[in-house]
Design a protein. Structure first.
Length: 405
């Protein structure tokens, strides 16, 4: 029998646990909140279920008569033309099959005009984009308005743009992709004729980034959904409901379920990962806590390789050593605590140096600012992973040189 679990990136779980309240709230906003009250942010650590939730928000939007356009931002989106083309292509796809009839001027051939039918495709939207005066921001705004107008003519409520991995967007190298979207959101929310709203999803660094790019941008997104780990009840459901759906409700003994609740701390990716391994490793039924405990070291070794190592190894040696040193202090931590932790490994690092490392680690999405002067890891259960690393690696050797950067 195939495992009913779905560890992965954006993979739809067979049972969506613990998000009923969030979905009900969005459902209500879709019908009753004013346009600007529908704009949302979805933030959370890696693997907490943002992409999956975004798909469900899109489904809610469809059910409420809106046209959702879901798009994931990549580094290429920081190129304005790539970003615009991608958005227009997705909008065209959502309205595929619609034909626009327009008056076509025929000069000097007897009849003055004729009606031509034009497919609503990317080329059509690119023509609309090019035709509008102004800079790229104006053109994009007018094209979105145009699409929303068509949607309204087709009796839809309007357009929802759901943009995932939004923390990747930045204004860089003479390109202003981040500002382009924030300006569009700002100008559209004050429009009385055009119904378009945005849902931006990403790591917790997202909020700081958009405020930095556009002061008071947080006001554009009054609905701030900060996704966290599932509580114990929802975690049990995330483990047990897929088994029921697969026709194997008794496959896991209750004490194994409690072990999984404890080890995963309710983080959806880990729930799927651990439950999948427990399901796939054993053939007997029920699988017990003792079985689970037997394979834990091996499971953690695999998880470290699959999920965490890829984040730690791209760091420079010194960044990695500073990161490892933070394992000794409880998160969220302050720069002063990091200085002390680094010193405890024999380094003479000062505040200035440590601040530089904290900035670098923030830019690489290892940590993020929880509030002024306090940092936490951008990856769930990262502190526990670092403690496992400390058993094999001594950051002291590298750290003693930290002060010399
Ligand atoms: N509510 C949920 N209940 C059960 N499983 C879930 C839930 N949400 C997400 N998952 C599972 O968790 C994993 C991570 O989900 P997803 O990719 O949506 O996270 P994410 O926050 O977008 O991560 P990233 O920051 O890496 O993009 C997937 O394996 C998915 O099946
Ligand atoms: Mg995601």
């Amino acid at each position: 029998m195939r495992s009913p679990y779905t560890p992965g990136v954006g993979l739809e779980p067979s049972y969506l646990a613990g998000r009923e309240a969030v979905l009900a709230d969005y459902r209500q906003r879709l019908t009753s909140a004013p346009l600007h009250g529908k704009n949302s942010l979805v933030t959370g650590l890696r693997g907490v279920g943002k992409s999956v939730l975004l798909k469900h928000l899109a489904t809610e939007a469809t059910a409420a008569g809106w046209i959702p356009v879901v798009r994931e931002m990549t580094k290429r989106s920081n190129h304005e033309d790539e970003l615009i083309r991608g958005l227009l292509a997705d909008m065209a796809l959502r309205l595929k099959g619609v034909t626009i009839s327009r008056q076509h001027q025929r000069i000097g051939l007897g009849e003055r005009t004729e009606k031509v039918a034009e497919e609503f495709d990317l080329d059509h939207l690119l023509r609309i984009f090019d035709r509008h005066p102004g800079d790229k921001g104006d053109k994009l705004l007018q094209t979105i308005k145009y699409v929303s107008g068509i949607a309204t003519q087709l009796k839809y409520q309007g357009l929802v743009l759901l943009l995932d991995e939004f923390q990747i967007l930045e204004d860089t190298g003479g390109q202003f992709s981040l500002t382009l979207i924030l300006d569009a959101a700002s100008r559209l929310q004050s429009s009385t004729t055009c119904a378009v709203h945005f849902v931006l999803a990403g790591l917790p660094t997202l909020l700081g980034k958009i405020i930095e790019a556009k002061p008071h941008a947080e006001r554009l997104f009054p609905n701030n959904l900060s996704l966290g780990a599932l509580d114990a009840t929802a975690t049990r459901q995330a483990i047990l409901e897929p088994l029921k759906l697969a026709g194997a409700p008794d496959r896991f003994a209750p004490d194994l379920v409690e072990l999984l609740v404890q080890e995963t701390a309710g983080y959806p990716y880990f729930v799927q990962y651990f439950a999948d391994v427990a399901f796939s490793t054993f053939e007997h039924s029920p699988v017990t806590r003792a079985d689970g405990e037997n394979i834990l070291p091996e499971v953690y070794a695999q998880l470290d390789e699959a999920f965490f190592a890829g984040r730690l190894y791209p760091l420079t040696l010194k960044e990695r050593a500073v990161t490892l040193a933070t394992a000794k202090i409880p998160a969220p931590f302050t720069p002063t605590q990091v200085v002390d932790a680094v010193k405890s490994f024999g380094s003479d690092a000062n505040m200035g140096t440590v601040q530089q490392y904290l900035l670098a680690l923030q830019a690489k999405n290892i940590i993020y600012k929880v509030r002024r002067g306090a940092y936490d890891y951008a990856l769930p259960l990262f502190g526990r992973f670092l403690l496992r690393c400390l058993e094999n690696e001594d950051p002291g050797v590298t750290l003693r040189k930290v002060g010399q950067t």
